[in-house]
Design a protein around this ligand. Structure first.
Ligand SMILES: Cc1cc2nc3c(=O)[nH]c(=O)nc-3n(C[C@H](O)[C@H](O)[C@H](O)COP(=O)(O)O)c2cc1C
Length: 286
């Protein structure tokens, strides 16, 4: 299952084209959740309704986890976790707007480590009609530092009846297995590891199903994948915009390459598909 990145509910109801385009997806991305963020229940209700009617996702997910200033300063993302009444109102309104399409939430453990609210928020979500909860086992203050505290995922799983999706620091198939074993969660979600290696889903599924690991992708495999990704970006967004957007993903793809620190600054300046191909060709010849 895939998720869109978070989409502004305010942008949706104002019919902003850039915002709306973030909800587009292809048939090969299904099942898919469109993730919304916002701090106003009525706006979230309308946005969910528009998202469902216009784009036909399988799930509407609500972001209660984003730590980014631009979002929390408007009381969206993880900031909502400071106000449990607002959390409930947002979920109830979104469930109403989604009109039968399942609504799920994604949250952190709380605003800061001193005030974990995930158990309370999870129970509120269940009562308000959410179908599942993803927990990124860090507080907003924890940003992306330290290790995610998987015991929080177990605590949440023990406290609600709806499905719990565990998230945070899964980098290998063994990590996924361990997350299931240690927390009893119903599913796992992968974030950053997919940016470095989009094949991780295939590798995790294979390992969970057979207990055996697929061979690690080679540098050449990763380059082929990065080039395919770049071609698709150029096709969808046009070469000029698509390749500019691709720069940051190229930075993730080369994680672990020898000379990654030399490659990255070059890849961050590419403008065309041919630029990318030339840089990788040179790298492979070294
Ligand atoms: C560049 C970047 C963008 C992200 N955007 C979103 C987002 O739009 N919505 C969301 O719920 N989480 C977002 N996240 C958080 C991830 O979904 C995930 O919760 C977090 O990275 C921890 O999981 P991981 O250790 O598997 O990466 C983002 C993370 C990164 C690094």
């Amino acid at each position: 299952m895939t998720y869109t990145e978070m989409v502004s509910s305010e942008g949706i109801i104002r019919n902003q084209q850039k915002t709306l385009s973030m909800m587009e997806f292809g048939p090969d991305e299904k099942p898919i959740a469109i993730q919304l963020f916002g701090a106003n229940p009525e706006v979230m209700r309308q946005a969910a309704q528009i998202a469902v009617e216009k784009y036909g996702p399988d799930v509407i997910d609500i972001n209660f986890g984003c730590p980014v200033k631009k979002v929390v300063n408007k009381n969206g993302g993880a900031a909502v976790l400071k106000d449990m009444d607002l959390t409930r109102d947002i979920i109830e309104a979104t469930v109403e707007g989604a009109a039968g399409i399942p609504v799920t939430i994604k949250m952190r453990t709380g605003w800061d480590d001193a005030n974990p609210v995930y158990i309370q928020a999870g129970q509120i979500a269940q009562k308000a009609g959410a179908g599942a909860i993803t927990l990124h086992a860090r507080s907003r203050a924890g940003a992306f530092s330290g290790r995610a505290d998987w015991s929080a995922i177990k605590n949440l799983k023990d406290s609600v009846d709806i499905a719990v999706i565990g998230n945070g620091d899964i980098n290998t198939p063994e990590d996924a297995r361990r997350m299931f074993d240690e927390t009893g969660c119903d599913a796992v979600m992968i974030g950053r590891a997919a940016m470095k290696n989009p094949l991780i889903f295939k590798h995790i599924n294979h390992y969970l199903n057979t207990g055996e690991k697929l061979p690690e992708p080679t540098t050449k495999d990763k380059i082929e994948l990065a080039l395919e990704h770049a071609r698709l970006m150029a096709e969808y967004y046009g070469e000029e915009r698509g390749i500019k957007m691709m720069r940051r993903y190229l930075g993730w793809y080369v994680t672990g390459f020898h000379n990654a620190t030399i490659l990255r600054p070059k890849l961050f300046q590419v403008n065309t598909l041919a630029n990318i191909e030339a840089i990788f060709r040179e790298h492979l010849l070294r």
